[in-house]
Design a protein around this ligand. Structure first.
Ligand SMILES: Cc1cc2nc3c(=O)[nH]c(=O)nc-3n(C[C@H](O)[C@H](O)[C@H](O)COP(=O)(O)O)c2cc1C
Length: 218
């Protein structure tokens, strides 16, 4: 039985904080699977779903990852760390067939192949596959943080790691990019102190980007 939070989504978003250190307490397998299942429901461009999660929970795996991530202590402490990575080989016809087999894409098979081919040859809004993959994966990561919190599991998010070291240590091909590491577990209090957020009038502009960078620069 997975313990559900009584908090609504707004409260979950407002109260989530990065965990600074973790207790050794394990996460029940059902709880972990629930977090992963919800995270994998995140949207992705053309429903291509490039996100892959590697679960690191053995002492050997944790020790390897710890070395790849500037020895961040959370990786040794947390019962599990998720390596969130993205596979850029989504243009592969076999892969597209698998997406089509989900039967939930609004495009027919030919249109999907064409749309993907155009997207990656024209790259209208991104410079590289690595950027495209990171956009998709980080959305699933955002889901993962909140999904974890919704079942009472704390998390922290790490992007301080050496990409090539993680790829080599965990058998990732060069087309698969590591986007984030997420230690999951039960935090030792205190959580990270609230760092504050800018008021909306500093981050939301009407109709066009604020030319005078109101509030930030003279
Ligand atoms: C994309 C991203 C990368 C981050 N990378 C690191 C990191 O490498 N090391 C670390 O200690 N914290 C990292 N953090 C955690 C942030 O420092 C933390 O989220 C921020 O201070 C706000 O705190 P909060 O999550 O408690 O609101 C990262 C957060 C994000 C969103």
């Amino acid at each position: 039985m997975v313990a559900k939070s009584k908090l609504g989504l707004g409260e979950l978003i407002a109260t989530r904080r990065d965990a600074l250190s973790f207790k050794p307490e394990a996460i029940l397998e059902g709880t972990l699977q629930e977090i992963l299942k919800l995270s994998a429901l995140a949207p992705s461009e053309l429903n291509l779903q490039p996100t892959r999660f590697i679960l690191v929970r053995t002492p050997q795996g944790k020790a390897k990852l710890h070395e790849c991530a500037f020895r961040h202590r959370s990786i040794l402490q947390a019962p599990v760390t998720v390596i969130a990575c993205g596979d850029s080989r989504v243009e592969n016809p076999h892969y597209l067939d698998a997406v089509m087999a989900l039967e939930r894409t609004p495009l027919d098979n030919t249109s999907l192949h064409q749309a993907v081919s155009q997207l990656f040859s024209y790259k209208p809004s991104f410079g590289s596959l690595e950027v495209w993959v990171n956009r998709q994966v980080m959305l699933t990561v955002a889901h993962l943080l909140l999904a974890a919190q919704s079942v009472g599991v704390d998390s922290c998010l790490l992007q301080s790691f050496v990409q090539g070291h993680v790829q080599r240590a965990f058998g990732l091909p060069e087309e698969v990019f590591v986007c984030a590491l997420i230690p999951l577990g039960y935090a030792n209090p205190p959580l990270k102190q609230f760092g504050g957020h800018f008021d909306l009038n500093k981050v939301v502009y009407e109709e066009q980007f604020s030319a005078h960078l109101e509030g930030f620069l003279p």
